[in-house]
Design a protein around this ligand. Structure first.
Ligand SMILES: [Fe+2]
Ligand SMILES: [Fe+2]
Length: 269
């Protein structure tokens, strides 16, 4: 079964609410539509995550199914912050869609949702990244991959995509509109807020052609997340281990990979 890290947040609610946070499932499936290269890669990557997870008793798919059942049993909102699939294969998309079919969860992608091989998505050329994103958006059309918000029990739960190591102008503007609603906010995304790549101020790779304006918006978002009084915290994945970071007096959270059999239960009171 899943090992839980328990986190309590204070928002002055009359009735507590629960959120089950899962991240970095790293499903590794390929089917008959995938190339032999992808089929071999998925077998190899399955072994990589088995080893990184210390050979856990269940597969990532089984842990994902357990998390869905657990969220229901606990009356918790399920939020998944990406790297649900390890590589953008037909097999992975089919398995992921089957698992979440008819289920109520919020989802924000990670870099791995966009990957065709084990190379950081931001290091791929633009045309590939755009094609991968469009494919993902059409396949997972029941999620808004860029930004979503949901008001539950007086708390505004938000997913905001930063899977490409920055926040887009659209995401930042959507977030600012949510701040105007005045509810306490918990923000979920893939890449943890203290990551150096998310905090870069200039291009780090020739394929990355972000404008100064792009960086300005992304930094404005990070400033709001760190210092706006309505933001209770940020919750992320990507690092595959549990971590808490206090930045300017606010505690931010990273949750271990579900492929290891770990998840975080957040209670907001
Ligand atoms: Fe990951
Ligand atoms: Fe990641």
């Amino acid at each position: 079964m899943i090992r839980m890290t328990n986190t309590k947040l204070h928002a002055g609610l009359n009735k507590p609410i629960k959120i089950l946070h899962i991240t970095d499932v790293h499903l590794t499936y390929a089917n008959e539509n995938d190339t032999p290269r992808h089929q071999a890669l998925m077998q190899e990557r399955f072994r990589v995550f088995q080893e990184e997870g210390g050979f856990p008793p269940f597969t990532p798919k089984e842990y994902f199914e357990q998390a869905i059942a657990l969220a229901k049993a606990e009356g918790a909102l399920l939020v998944c912050t990406g790297d649900a699939i390890d590589i953008l294969t037909y097999g992975n998309l089919a398995v992921f869609k089957e698992i979440v079919k008819g289920e109520d969860l919020m989802f924000s992608p990670g870099g791995h949702e966009h990957q065709r091989r084990c190379v950081r998505t931001m290091e791929e050329p633009y045309p590939y990244r755009e094609t991968a994103r469009a494919r993902l958006e059409s396949e997972l059309d029941h999620f808004d991959l860029s930004f979503e918000s949901r008001l539950i029990g007086g708390v505004n739960v938000i997913t905001a995509d930063n899977s490409m190591d920055y926040f887009t102008r659209e995401t930042v503007e959507a977030f600012k509109r949510e701040l105007e609603r005045g509810y306490p906010i918990v923000v979920f995304f893939h890449d943890y807020i203290w990551d150096k790549l998310l905090n870069l101020k200039e291009s780090y790779h020739p394929n990355v052609r972000l404008t100064e304006e792009d960086y300005r918006y992304s930094h404005e978002m990070i400033e709001l997340l760190l210092h706006h009084p309505l933001v209770l915290t940020t919750v992320s994945g990507h690092g595959h281990c549990d971590e808490e970071r206090v930045i300017d007096g606010k505690t931010h959270y990273m949750t271990a990979g579900l492929f290891k059999g770990q998840a975080r239960m957040i209670e907001i009171v």
